[in-house]
Design a protein around this ligand. Structure first.
Ligand code: ADP
Ligand code: MG
Length: 312
């Protein structure tokens, strides 16, 4: 079974009101919206990563879910499993990282659990409130809407690859996987103008497909419009575009807006957050597919669309 088969077959039958059938990024328990992500050593961070950055990443991968839902994050619960040989100093530095991002994003720690075990695992449950009464769901995209994505795509993947393989790697690219540059502040514009949104955690193509399926629409995306960093551009020129958009770890927000609201949406973003138009929403035959067009308009083929924890 794939990760998504497990969620659909084992957990979705147990889902309650406000869970959106376990097909969205967060759940609604009025007046709160809740989301949870787990980070595992060797999967989401490396044993050598600075503990303060691991802590901040654990908060940010959850914050990106609430930003995408147009919610203001308020508080979180924290679960930690530490290997018994973890130095106390590392746990202290982990706490300093939490303090840093708590202050930056206006979060309060409400509780959690601390245990030791065979490997380090960090789990955060984040709690926030919708800015505009209801969370922005994956299911609201309508034909004619524009598709936009915040920030740049592919840096998290390139950063992890560099950290694993390249001892001379540019620290800036390594940093982009250790500490995702989430589009903080975009929750306001998303709440006011987006018809649908989700955060990109599994890969741009896979997450675009999640949005397309939830909304019952197709998404047509143009590869030459994908926003890339300098490192991303170099990778694209080396023929690695497919990896940039199918490997995940971006924590940017993919969203749809009606064309006549795009200008207002852009104007409502903070100065340091970019959102790039990359495609449009088209009526579907029902399946909800994503078609990525290359610069000649031909569909790009992929071996895979995104990260699957049970297959990869
Ligand atoms: P995200 O990438 O936004 O964190 P996921 O792809 O991890 O979302 O999960 C998809 C959906 O499945 C979400 O609604 C999430 O809450 C739900 N989900 C995943 N794992 C579990 C689980 N173990 N129990 C309950 N719900 C789960
Ligand atoms: Mg998500």
């Amino acid at each position: 079974m794939s990760e998504f088969d497990v969620i659909e077959k084992v957990f979705a039958p147990l889902a309650g009101d406000g869970a959106f059938g376990l097909k969205d990024d967060a759940a609604l328990l009025p007046p709160y919206v809740l989301s949870k992500d787990v980070l595992v050593v060797g999967v989401h961070f490396l044993p050598s990563d600075p503990p303060d950055l691991v802590a901040r990443k654990a908060l940010r991968v959850n914050l990106s879910d609430l930003i995408a839902k147009g919610c203001q994050p308020q508080a979180y619960l924290l679960g930690c499993v530490w290997r018994s040989d973890t130095p106390t100093e590392a746990i202290q530095r982990f706490g300093e990282g939490l303090a840093h991002d708590q202050a930056r994003f206006g979060l309060a720690l409400l509780g959690g659990d601390t245990t030791s075990g065979p490997l380090n695992v960090i789990s955060v449950t984040i709690i926030g409130v919708p800015i505009n009464q209801q969370p922005v769901l994956r299911s609201g995209a309508r034909p004619g809407d524009k598709v936009l994505v915040t920030g740049t795509i592919g840096d998290g993947f390139l950063g992890l690859e560099a950290a694993r393989e390249d001892r001379l790697a540019d620290p800036a690219i390594v940093r982009s996987y250790q500490l995702p540059a989430i589009p903080w502040g975009a929750q306001e514009a998303t709440a006011r103008y987006a018809t649908a949104a989700l955060d990109v955690s599994d890969g741009l193509v896979a997450d675009a497909e999640h949005l397309a399926q939830a909304s019952g629409v197709d998404l047509h995306l143009w590869a030459e419009r994908f926003p890339l960093s300098g490192h991303g551009e170099a990778a694209r020129e080396a023929g690695r575009l497919a990896e940039l958009i199918t490997r995940g770890d971006d924590y940017q927000v993919l969203l749809t807006v009606p064309p006549h609201k795009e200008h207002k949406f852009q104007a409502a973003l903070p100065a340091d957050v970019t959102a790039t138009p990359i495609g449009e929403v088209v009526a579907s035959d029902g399946r909800g597919t994503v078609i990525v067009h290359d610069e000649n308009g031909s569909p790009v083929k992929f071996d895979r669309q995104g990260w699957d924890h049970f297959k990869d």
